[in-house]
Design a binder for this molecule. Structure first.
Ligand SMILES: [Fe+2]
Ligand SMILES: [Fe+2]
Length: 462
């Protein structure tokens, strides 16, 4: 009898499969979470929900319609952590008591695991962009500019889905805070990805990009740095300002948006794509922040500090102009038709992923704002198969997750708190209570009694 050698799985290398390496990374004590819902001021600790990482098939990248799937959320949490490990994160209060965590986060063991998986994880997380964006036929700066202007105009028409969801919510304050949290992902570390494209020698376009970069950094004045004024906005809402207090509430769409800039900046083969993406972002920020100011003023009056939004409504008009004229079109002129499809691809990808940011945030706002309705939907839903059981105590590590399809969460024993927003009141659930959690929606459960048992039923909404 002969034994046929098995074909290696695409993700397998000498260090095991991608899934195995990711599990090893997420198994570090830094990533197992603790009982608190918000993370303490320690930028090295973030909950990667290692218990749920055996579920996803890391050989099967999420498709274009699966950006809010469980494996997409898991992949983008990991990827975001990988990317931030390539930046300098130090806690505001100093390292005393945290030096061990600092050493572990940047240490050899996690670095080896990251370096052995980052490219495969990027391919997994962003494979869905390959077919979703068609750039054929783009070869001249004129075509590029027409396409770009069209994309920007399209983004400016019609209200933002997330801001619309905030305005329509019953609890507009919690909805607005949920939106702020999605912005915090980038807001608290702003322009970190951009910094990777400043080194090298590429002429006037390099200096133009640097001009934008130093504005983001407040021209060297810490109080004017965009991150500093972002924190002021959070503080005016009595929210935490450290990296990443609200980690558990970042959604897959916003994580993907943030990761996309790192993804394009890490590999300079994608430099032209980065230039397209950053030009698109700078062009759409100004009108978006004008709209955000209107919605937030309407809810909070003068009690919220919107300096960050006003600053961007103003300066991103300028940045939009610089990046279009002195980066995007200048690169197309100088480097010719071969780079134009890549510039255009960057614009189109940024537009597409920006849509995920909006749609994911809007969907999360709508679901967390209508939990009583989702209790009714649980009663009407058809459940299938054996439920999954899990038990919690008040000391259990808190983490959030989502599912690829709708599930009904039922409390079998004890009482629990269902948590779906960073600042909204938790939803108290007693024994026998059930709620329908739609596909893709983020939630966490906390025990409210010494022992709590929950059931998760696969469900079809009724
Ligand atoms: Fe900024
Ligand atoms: Fe900007």
């Amino acid at each position: 009898m002969t034994v046929q050698p098995q074909a290696p799985s695409p993700g397998r290398t000498a260090g095991g499969t991608l899934g195995e390496r990711l599990l090893a990374f997420a198994g570090s004590p830094l990533f197992r979470g603790d009982a608190r819902v918000l993370h303490a001021p320690n930028p090295y600790r973030r909950m990667l929900v290692p218990d749920s990482l055996a579920e996803p098939d890391f050989d099967r990248p999420p498709g274009p319609a699966e950006w809010a799937s469980h494996r997409s959320l898991a992949a983008h949490r990991l990827l975001g952590t990988f990317y931030e490990s390539e930046t300098v994160l130090l806690p505001e209060q100093g390292l005393s008591g945290l030096y061990e965590d600092f050493s572990l986060f940047y240490g050899r063991e996690l670095k080896d695991l990251r370096e052995g998986s980052v490219s495969a994880l990027e391919r997994f997380a962003f494979a869905c962009l390959d077919d979703a964006v068609d750039v054929s036929g783009a070869a001249t700066p004129d075509v590029l500019d027409a396409f770009f202007q069209h994309m920007v105009a399209e983004a400016a028409t019609g209200p933002s889905p997330a801001l619309t969801a905030i305005a329509a919510a019953d609890d507009r304050e919690s909805a607005a805070d949920l939106y702020l949290v999605q912005l915090a992902l980038d807001g608290l570390t702003e322009a970190s990805a951009m910094s990777r494209n400043l080194a090298g020698a590429y002429g006037p376009e390099q200096s133009a990009l640097f001009k934008v970069f130093i504005d983001e950094f407040g021209y060297g004045v810490h109080d004017a740095k965009h991150t500093t004024i972002f924190a002021k906005m959070l503080r005016s809402r009595s929210m935490a300002t450290h990296v990443h207090a609200y980690w558990n509430f970042y959604l897959a769409g916003p994580l993907a948006t943030n990761n996309h800039y790192y993804y394009l900046s890490r590999d300079h083969a994608k430099f032209f794509r980065y230039a397209g993406a950053v030009t698109y972002a700078e062009a759409v920020f100004a009108p978006a922040f004008v709209e955000m100011v209107k919605v937030f003023r309407d809810i909070f009056g003068d009690s919220v500090d919107l300096h960050y939004c006003d600053e961007h409504a103003h300066i991103d008009e300028h940045h939009g102009r610089i990046t279009r004229e002195q980066v995007l079109l200048a690169l197309a002129e100088r480097h010719g038709p071969r780079v134009v499809p890549e510039l255009l691809r960057g614009v189109a990808e940024a537009r597409l992923i920006g849509g995920w940011f909006e749609d994911d945030t809007a969907a999360q706002i709508r679901w967390s704002d209508t939990l009583p309705r989702h209790r009714e939907l649980a009663a009407a839903a058809t459940t299938e198969g054996e439920p999954q059981r899990f038990a919690l105590t008040p000391e259990s590590p808190f983490g959030t997750r989502n599912h690829d399809r709708a599930v009904v969460l039922e409390i079998e024993r004890g009482e629990a708190e269902l948590i779906t927003t960073p600042t909204g009141p938790p939803e108290r659930m007693a024994r026998g209570d059930a709620v329908l959690i739609p596909a893709g929606r983020l939630y966490g459960v906390r025990a409210a009694t010494p022992e709590t048992a929950c059931l998760l039923h696969a469900a079809s909404p009724g």
